[in-house]
Design a protein around this ligand. Structure first.
Ligand code: PRP
Length: 215
């Protein structure tokens, strides 16, 4: 039996995923050592490997088959646009992709004005404005703390993730339009799904059962 390899997005999503996997009997003791400097972890008995990577790299590892299975946010999947199968909504990490800004920017979204849009997600932002709204905009790519952009005058609005809404509130901004809901998704390499069909189907069935029980 060959190893099945999981790529998990570092941070909260990985912790949640490992918790779910543990409940269906998939554990990785090696990974629990907080002082480890190892990058890849093995469960010899079940012939599984796990590694953590930056969220934006998870779809890349899965598309190329360096990982068979990945867990990553829908935001990253939409932005990266990789060829892979999205097989399950894991139901956690729920948030929304939104157009946000000061209340005064609402008008600018109504009248097809040429505005500047700052975002960590230029592909999602461009697709939304060009294809859903048919509004010509200038997209400015940022790498974090995007809420700063309308405050300091870099852009009129932003496209960003809203979870609790507190970052917006504390900075005098609000949701102006909702683009789409987001959550953690399981993705599978297209060849792996064929070659390791039984093992992957069993994993998905077990996870499905667990998630529907929890819901
Ligand atoms: C994300 C997102 C918002 C914030 C939303 O940022 O980009 O800034 O969380 O959460 P809230 O609605 O609960 O306030 P993150 O913490 O990942 O940091 P970054 O903006 O520096 O990337």
């Amino acid at each position: 039996m060959r190893y099945l390899t999981f790529a998990l997005a570092k941070g909260r999503l990985a912790k949640k995923t490992l918790g779910l996997l543990e409940q269906i009997g998939i554990t990785c003791e090696e990974m629990k050592d907080p002082n480890t400097r190892k990058l890849i972890f093995v469960n010899e008995e079940l012939k599984l490997k796990f590694f953590l990577s930056k969220a934006t790299d998870v779809p890349t590892y899965v598309e190329y088959g360096a990982a068979d299975i990945g867990v990553v946010g829908k935001d990253t999947l939409l932005e990266e646009g990789r060829n892979l199968y999205e097989v399950m909504d894991l139901g956690f990490g729920k948030c929304r992709m939104c157009v946000c800004g000061p209340a005064s920017a609402k008008e600018l979204l109504k009248h097809n004005e040429i505005i500047r849009v700052a975002s960590k997600y230029p592909v999602i932002a461009k697709d939304y404005f060009n294809n859903t709204k048919n509004q010509t905009v200038e997209i400015i790519k940022l790498n974090g703390s995007v809420e700063l952009a309308p405050i300091v005058g870099l852009s009129e609005v932003i496209v960003d993730i809203v979870e609790t809404g507190s970052t917006l509130r504390e900075n005098g901004l609000e949701v102006l339009e909702e683009i789409c809901p987001l959550s953690a998704r399981m993705v599978v390499n297209q060849v792996s799904l064929k070659m390791e069909n039984q093992r992957i189907r069993k994993l998905l069935a077990d996870l499905n059962e667990l998630i529907s029980k929890e819901a």
